[in-house]
Design a protein around this ligand. Structure first.
Ligand SMILES: NC(=O)c1ccc[n+]([C@@H]2O[C@H](COP(=O)([O-])OP(=O)(O)OC[C@H]3O[C@@H](n4cnc5c(N)ncnc54)[C@H](OP(=O)(O)O)[C@@H]3O)[C@@H](O)[C@H]2O)c1
Length: 377
């Protein structure tokens, strides 16, 4: 029997990291010991923490799914999104083990069918998040070319999945609809974006760790094959929730942007008199609501990775995510508008009636072997 491997995952309390940890713990408890130290135990802002922890644990691989909060200032973004990943990669290289780096489509411009190489130029004007993620991608590539680092960069677009405790990205948009704070549509017709499915990602991570020869020193767009129109998605969520808004009125960009600029001026004044005030996260991404960004998935499709749930998309996952997040947010008193008796068609019922093969595929992908934690030695 192959010996048990040890993997270190940074960012285990987050949406992406948590999903990866759960996957390994549920499916491969006997094959992989996955350690996910909290940021208190191992802060990647501290080079010494990284060196001490990795020397002690001597892992077989490192996965970095940490990020500084989206609205973070320059120092934090630099340390967590750039310096930390570089130091983790340096440590991985010293131990001669693979380093898996999670990156973001924030490193790409807007546009359609973007290839892995189509990154933005590094410029002072970029947001702290985009700049620091782009800087990390740049240095990691160089470390592979010049220092022999074995790494893979997995670039995600807009992520959907359960356990987003911080309510960011897609879940923030969903929250604004559920909270009825989006009266009209802040987008224009046919604005397509790529989406990444959090629960498929761990399957890919495991596959690339098992097949280093093929995946080493490459970047992959890990996105669903079909991009999604933002307005269609918003209106689908609205109809699931039986809400009257947002109304199907498309607010032109110049109006939305002048509203944001006005708010920015107000916030600057508030900050000057000593109050802590930042732009709501949904407004930070206003531009992207009006511009398409679709990532090519050709490299992923042409690789040896086989999608374990090919039928799954954000639309097929929505009913389950709606129930999950609404229950959670209403229990946390974050929203008051949720009707607990709302009849939302559950995905299992939906598939059982219309697409039983999908349920079979999903069950097989989740595993049909004996429960490993019940096996007697
Ligand atoms: N969510 C998306 O829509 C999306 C889209 C594209 C790409 N991504 C990428 O996916 C990755 C994970 O994102 P996510 O959405 O899962 O983020 P998240 O939910 O905000 O989680 C971030 C994680 O980073 C950890 N962290 C922060 N500072 C740290 C430090 N100094 N040392 C160690 N850990 C630290 C946090 O730990 P604490 O809670 O203890 O601080 C948390 O576990 C990031 O690389 C991000 O760029 C995400």
């Amino acid at each position: 029997m192959a010996s048990k491997k040890t993997g270190i995952l940074i960012g285990g309390s987050g949406l992406i990291g948590g999903t990866i940890v759960n996957y390994y713990k549920n499916h491969y408890p006997n094959a992989v010991d996955i350690r996910a130290p909290s940021s208190k135990k191992l802060s990647i802002r501290e080079e010494n923490d990284i060196r001490r922890y990795l020397k002690e644990v001597k892992p077989n691989f490192i996965i970095n799914a940490a990020m500084a909060n989206l609205g973070s200032g320059a120092q934090l973004a630099f340390e967590v999104n750039y310096q930390g990943p570089v130091n983790l990669a340096r440590a991985a290289n010293s131990l001669k083990i693979p380093y898996i780096h999670i990156s973001s489509s924030a490193t790409l411009p807007s546009g359609e069918n973007l290839q892995e190489e189509d990154t933005l130029p590094i410029s002072p004007k970029l947001s702290n998040y985009a700049k620091s993620k782009l800087m990390a991608e740049t240095t990691l590539k160089l470390m592979a070319e010049q220092e022999g680092l074995d790494y893979t960069c997995v670039r995600l677009a807009i992520v959907y999945g359960a356990h987003d405790h911080k309510i960011q990205g897609f879940h923030r948009l969903f929250f604004s609809i559920a909270d009825e704070s989006m009266p009209v549509l802040f987008t224009k017709k046919n604005t397509l974006h790529s989406y990444s499915n959090a629960r498929k990602l761990p399957h890919f991570i495991r596959h690339i760790l098992e097949n280093r020869g093929e995946f080493s020193n490459k970047t992959y767009h890990f996105v669903d094959k079909n991009p999604v129109d933002l307005a269609t998605l918003i209106l689908t969520i609205k109809s699931y929730l039986h809400l009257n808004q947002p109304k199907e009125i498309y607010v032109p960009y110049w109006i939305a942007n002048s509203g944001r600029n006005g708010l920015n001026i107000l916030l600057r004044i508030l900050r000057r008199i000593g109050l802590k005030a930042t732009l709501p996260p949904e407004l930070m991404f206003l531009d992207s609501f009006y511009k398409p960004q679709t990532l090519s998935s050709d490299r992923l499709k042409n690789s040896s990775f086989i999608d374990p749930m090919p039928e799954e998309s954000i639309f097929t996952r929505l009913p389950e995510l709606v129930v999950y997040y609404l229950t959670r947010w209403s229990h946390e008193n974050l929203i008051s508008t949720f009707n607990e008796n709302l009849e939302i068609e559950r995905p299992v019922e939906q598939y059982f009636m219309r697409n039983p093969q999908q349920l079979i595929n999903e069950t097989h992908a989740r595993g049909i072997g004996p429960f490993s934690d019940m096996l007697e030695d």
